[in-house]
Ligand binder design. Structure first.
Ligand code: ADP
Ligand code: MG
Length: 678
């Protein structure tokens, strides 16, 4: 078996299963090996039902009291059965596993293991695993890998397939030069792969993980070095001149720019007027006002006769930016157009034509901007918002569309400067480190689920005052379908709790882009009072009239993500509120959320989160989904990141070349793999 083989070579993986694995991003044997556990499970001894607590994963040994019932809610089938032991009874439920009705017979005795949650006031166990007594006790001492799954792919099949690969693959590909491995005392890669999937004990799993994280960061730094090599400082064809329109725009804003905004604008202007191509990253916390900086640069470019692109990660965001540019375009006499995936073929063709003939000056859109068919005319500036959502490939594709346009990337990810220099090695960095002064700090609270009625009353009051609310729905890991289902159910329930004239609507990732846009547009126009949503609203959305952000199950999110969500409110002149509902009774969960309660500062939060979790908690919730490495976490593994970057730096050019020469697929492999990060 070879690392580059398609996974079809694995026993038990046929065409159908292969397709399902592809959905998880697994195409080759190597991909499979790098499909790391998202956590591990160590089975504990069963406890008595009288002693169970909400929010914990436990095992119980109990017998079934009656034939299971099946309830249907839309396309969801819920199996429900009661079990008891000598000390008490509890209901168990499973989603979309109707066959269980036949297996779980009244009187049978099993060990059930799962999470205890509270639903409608009573404790139940959701989606428990079912074990025969004997086999469960055999598992007690083993550390089990738990993998990210998708519908139709079970943990068992992934774990079996990986086991097979590990036993047949003699050596895993190792890119790290021997002297480097020796210097940093890295575990052998093949061994590390074995240990990370099926660890002997916690200690050796940690060492294995360290080795693999080192590899990820090493390859990343290597790719970056290669990239930089190609992109030496370029003279620009578009040396722009200062334009009075920019000053006029600043004067016409309903607010004064902050000191930080002015400083960064100065830095950008200098780049744009210079002889060399701009390559700049603008970092600034949510709400620090990055958009207006982008707009200023766009205006400067078009007033110098260039075309400019503004690329964003979602259509919702593209529409929003389009709207905020419409008036400005009218005011300063230039033309803008939208280019997004959901447009009809005809609309797209028309847009291409307008772009090619330079009838339009600014093009705002999603990935559609880098489609082959788009031809630009004098593309002088490319801006990407929330840049971490774009990979190096996309950025390059866009850059290659023009001669050598200036590049500006904007990000709200709070990364300390030392790390930013490593991670964005090819960019200059500006930081907007100041929030607009007149903004009222958001008032936060962390509450348990019993607080919901109060929260709903509060929301009703805010709506009565003309404000709007977001409710972020319970996050579930099973699948997007379940997530969508949750949002819909929650919306129905919430509608009943709120006054009847309250307009409650929902938004989730499975909706068609067109429908998403429509809901967002109506929300932005104030036609929807309460928006129940998954985290699709997380990035960039700006509805200044929204004043309440309520996050259900907030313990399941990373703090950085919660901070992003919170950033959706507090954008206008009204006092805003954030309600973090914690569905867990664990002390750590509350302590973590308490950090958000205390501070509205993204950098501070990232730092505190790190302190609290410490280096031991490696498989906890990720700090952010942004700089997404498979295993490494730029915050928790910052020390490994630094060391790996150092290791790459100390290589001689010949050594770098040798690595790539010895591994013909490497360059493509790292670019693909890190396409979301680089
Ligand atoms: P982000 O940095 O998160 O992208 P935005 O650019 O969306 O933030 O700005 C958030 C809100 O703050 C917007 O409604 C914007 O109009 C407003 N804003 C931007 N700069 C200022 C400022 N200097 N003073 C007051 N409000 C501002
Ligand atoms: Mg923004």
């Amino acid at each position: 078996m070879e690392a580059n083989d398609k996974i079809k070579v694995i026993k038990g993986i046929g065409e159908k299963t292969e397709k399902l694995f592809n959905k998880l991003g697994i195409e080759t044997v190597q991909d499979l090996l790098e499909h790391y556990p998202r956590e591990y499970e160590e089975f504990e001894r069963p406890v008595m039902l009288s002693s169970i607590a909400e929010g914990t994963i436990i095992a119980i040994e109990a017998s079934i009291t009656a034939t299971p019932k099946i309830k249907r809610i839309r396309n969801l089938q819920i199996v429900n059965v009661q079990v008891k032991d000598g000390s008490g009874a509890i209901h168990l439920t499973w989603f979309n596993m109707p066959f269980l009705q036949k297996t779980l017979r009244s009187g049978y005795h099993y060990i059930f293991r799962g999470k205890v949650i509270r639903k409608n006031g009573v404790l139940i166990m959701e989606q428990p695993g079912i074990y025969e007594r004997e086999s469960y006790y055999k598992l007690l001492k083993i550390i089990q890998p738990i993998y990210p799954l998708t519908q139709g792919v079970t943990n068992t099949i992934i774990s079996k397939s990986i086991k097979q690969v590990l036993s047949e693959l003699e050596f895993a590909k190792d890119y790290i030069p021997k002297p480097v491995a020796k210097e940093y005392q890295l575990m052998d890669r093949t061994k590390a792969l074995k240990e990370v999937h099926f660890p002997k004990d916690r200690d050796s799993m940690m060492k294995a993980r360290q080795r693999l994280v080192f590899d990820e960061f090493f390859l990343y730094a290597l790719a970056l070095r290669k990239l930089k090599e190609k992109k030496t400082i370029l003279r620009t064809e578009y040396q722009l001149l200062e334009r009075k329109e920019c000053e006029e725009l600043i004067k016409s804003l309903p607010y004064a720019l902050t000191g930080a905004q002015l400083r960064v604008w100065q830095e950008m202007k200098q780049d744009l007027q210079g002889e060399y191509v701009m390559n700049r990253l603008i970092q600034g916390d949510v709400g620090s006002g990055k958009t207006v900086l982008a707009i200023l640069a766009l205006v400067m470019a078009v007033k110098n006769g260039c075309q400019a692109c503004f690329m964003v990660p979602t259509e919702v965001l593209a529409k929003q930016h389009y709207k905020s540019l419409e008036d400005i375009a009218g005011q300063f006499g230039f033309s803008i157009c939208l280019l997004v995936g959901s447009m009809t073929a005809k609309e797209k063709r028309e847009a291409y034509e307008r772009i090619k003939t330079h009838k339009t000056d600014i093009i705002i859109g999603t990935h559609a901007l880098i489609q082959e068919k788009v031809e630009y005319d004098r593309l002088g500036l490319v801006i990407t918002d929330e840049q971490h959502r774009f990979g190096v490939k996309q950025r390059e594709a866009l850059m290659n569309k023009g001669g050598n346009p200036h590049v500006l990337v904007m990000s709200a990810t709070p990364i300390p400067r030392t790390l930013a220099i490593i991670l964005y090695g090819d960019l200059d960095i500006s930081i907007v480190d100041e929030l607009p002064a007149q903004r009222l700090p958001i008032k936060n609270c962390v509450v348990d689920t019993n607080y919901r009625p109060n929260a709903y009353r509060f929301i009703a009051k805010q709506v009565a005052e003309g404000r709007q609310t977001y409710v972020i729905c319970p996050m579930v890991e099973e699948s997007e379908e379940v997530e969508a289902e949750n949002v819909i159910q929650y919306t129905e329930r919430l509608q009943e709790e709120l006054p009847t004239d309250t307009i409650v609507e929902y938004l989730h990732g499975k909706m068609k882009p067109k429908d998403k846009n429509e809901v967002m547009e109506r929300y932005a126009n104030g036609e929807i009072h309460v928006l129940v949503s998954t985290t699709v609203v997380e990035v960039g959305v700006n509805v200044p009239n929204a004043t309440v952000m309520m996050v259900e199950n907030s313990e399941r999110f990373g703090l950085a993500q919660l901070h992003q969500l919170r950033g959706r409110v507090g954008r206008g002149k009204h006092q805003s509120y954030c309600i973090f509902v914690c569905g867990s009774s664990s002390k750590e969960a509350w302590e973590r959320l308490e950090i958000l309660n205390k501070s509205n500062d993204g950098f501070f939060i990232a730092g505190e989160d790190l302190k609290l979790r410490g280096p031991g908690d490696v498989f906890g919730i990720r700090q952010s989904g942004d700089m997404d490495f498979k295993l490494g976490d730029i915050y928790n593994d910052a020390s490994i990141l630094k060391v790996a970057a150092e290791a790459v730096k100390s290589l001689k050019d010949e050594e770098v070349d040798a690595i790539f020469e010895n591994n013909p697929y490497l360059e493509e492999h790292i670019l693909n793999r890190n396409s979301n990060t680089l």
